[in-house]
Design a protein. Structure first.
Ligand code: B16
Ligand code: MG
Length: 213
């Protein structure tokens, strides 16, 4: 079996359920613009960056939006999202998350985080797990969001490990596509019927065992 040297985790929807907070903030924003919004539509936004998500939502509106209007709407959504995550604590870690990170450490793997969220550092602090990562990608430095491989390739490079020696862990279709485009093994977290491109899918991190991949 292949011995990987590093693991690169997604944050939202894998380690913590901020996906729920993104959903609530986008739903309020979409409905304020008369655009219907539900869980199924939200699935397409997972792993997509803020402006990309807004574009997908506004594409459903009959009217066009100027760049200034879009920036104002994105800022409004982010302010609401920041209010929601301000209440987060270590209690918001998903089941199995800390054990998964500790198992990777025990296995001697380098550990990276590849979230396209510009709020990722705040969320890690609130969860109390910042020091469990060897490297966290700053989303502000990434030009192309998921499904582009840029963010996973940057994490591998900064960890000092070849992409082929890394595996990624993701809950989003776009995120799994990003891992595969980077040439890495992909562990999907969620529904195997949705994450069809993943090499293996587990329902949540309680089923995560780095020795198996
Ligand atoms: P922000 P991930 C992604 O994080 C979320 O899945 C996605 O829903 C969100 O729009 C994106 O971060 C940007 O987040 O507005 O906080 O910069 O899944 O890559 O950890
Ligand atoms: Mg995610």
């Amino acid at each position: 079996m292949k011995q990987y040297k590093a693991v690169i985790f997604d944050l939202d929807g894998v380690i913590t359920d901020t996906a729920r907070y993104h959903y609530l903030a986008w739903k309020r924003l979409a409905e304020s613009q008369g655009v219907p919004f539900d869980e199924a539509f939200n699935e397409h936004l997972k792993g997509i960056d803020r402006m990309g998500s807004l574009d997908l939502i506004l594409a459903q509106s009959p009217r066009a939006f100027s760049d200034d209007e879009k920036l104002a709407l994105a800022t409004e959504k982010n302010e609401h999202y920041k209010e929601l995550i301000a209440t987060m604590s270590p209690d918001d870690l998903l089941p199995g998350a800390v054990a998964a990170l500790d198992a990777c450490r025990a296995q001697g793997l380098r550990i990276g985080l590849a979230s396209v969220s510009k709020n990722a550092f705040t969320v890690l602090e609130r969860l109390g797990i910042t020091d469990k990562f060897d490297y966290v990608v700053d989303a502000a430095t990434i030009a192309r969001g998921k499904p582009d491989p840029e963010i996973f390739l940057k994490a591998a490079r900064e960890l000092g490990v070849a992409a082929a020696d890394c595996f990624g862990v993701e809950d989003a279709v776009a995120g799994v596509a990003s891992i595969k485009a980077a040439g890495m093994y992909a562990v999907g977290v969620g529904d195997a019927g949705i994450l069809t491109q993943a090499d293996v899918v587990i329902p949540d991190l309680r089923g995560f065992d780095p020795a198996k991949y």
